[in-house]
Design a protein around this ligand. Sequence first.
Ligand code: CTP
Length: 404
Amino acid sequence: MAQILAGQHILLCVGGGIAAYKALELVRRLREAGAQVQVAMTAGAQQFVTPLSFQALSGQPTRTSLWDHAAEQAMGHLELARWADRVVVAPATADLLARLAGGHADDLVSTLCLATDAPLTVCPAMNHRMWLNPATQTNVETLRQRGVQVVGPEDGPLAEGESGPGRLSEPEHIVAALAGTALPARPSLPLHGLKVVVSAGPTYEDLDPVRYLGNRSSGKMGFAIADGAARRGGEVVLVAGPVHLPTPAGVARVDVRSAAQMREAVFAAFPADIYIGAAAVADYTPRQPAANKIKKSSESLGLDLVRTPDILSEVAARTEGRLKLVVGFAAETENVAGYARGKLQAKRLDMIVANRVGIEGGGFESDSNAMTAYWPDGERAFASAPKTQLADELIDLIVERLQA
Ligand code: CTP
């Protein structure tokens, strides 16, 4: 299936009707179309389908309550509302439509719908008499006037043996309707109108045609930062070293291999407003890569390495087309604050983000990390969290520093 929703974050809110079982198929279709899906269910929906079924299909924990401490700690409901590029309510029962029209926030689903500023799509499903009732029609009209997309219902046999308009739209029709409406540009987003260049991943410095010097950077942090910056309205160029990670939605990606290529791609992306150097750039590269495979001969082998250009320092030193903010990263095994502040000063950065490597549950290949950001007259520690969440928090700090 074509990836017509590639990279989109879709929050699916499932209402309490018999058609809730069809929402399972919708999750499958949304994912096939390339979307990431998180599911929230009303109490009624859980009478028809279990949260576990949605969890199995979405690959994410299903949210069922505003008052679930563990779920709130992992990702608060307001954060979930912000995570979403789109919110889809399917099935939307008569009662749920009334509560959305009335602006209620007395359970998880209604609160999410009220708290998000992402576009909302509702897919009604109910008995045809309930659908045709003027109360429901008025509620749907109210929602339409607020810019809510209404998909369906379709006409045909209903669960109670009757027939008429009230069937939940077929999942493939819902996916097509979503793909047919482009996500609007959101000028209210804090990075709207700013160009952000992000470097990510390792670099590979070739020794000969089959060997290279590399490092263990996974690129996850840089990709999450690019994603977070695009989500906040930035025009993002992601210069990626050799990693196999999907390109975040709305991000222009340039793949490179060596430090020299990374430098070239970064400078080719300028002018820009913000540079975030999250790549683990090799500090040294072979003076002259061997044209042919190096054969083993003597007992030891020396490598003649030369320094690579320090891309970050060069970016920070630009006088013409000076950037508004230059952010570097530092991976340290000891004296984190001391080394980080030293680099902040030596490289004339606006901010440096340091993390300790070589410990359990953090660092290069891990999905989570703890880190501290330092700027000339301040610092902020970020508690250990998934890299996607840290990236979001870091972008929030960057927005703050831009406005400072
Ligand atoms: N960096 C760069 N170009 C290089 C080397 C590093 O742009 N040739 C950037 C990285 O993207 C990162 C920061 O510099 O943002 C890391 O700083 P660096 O001083 O290279 O850290 P380390 O390599 O850890 O330095 P050291 O080995 O001295 O600790």
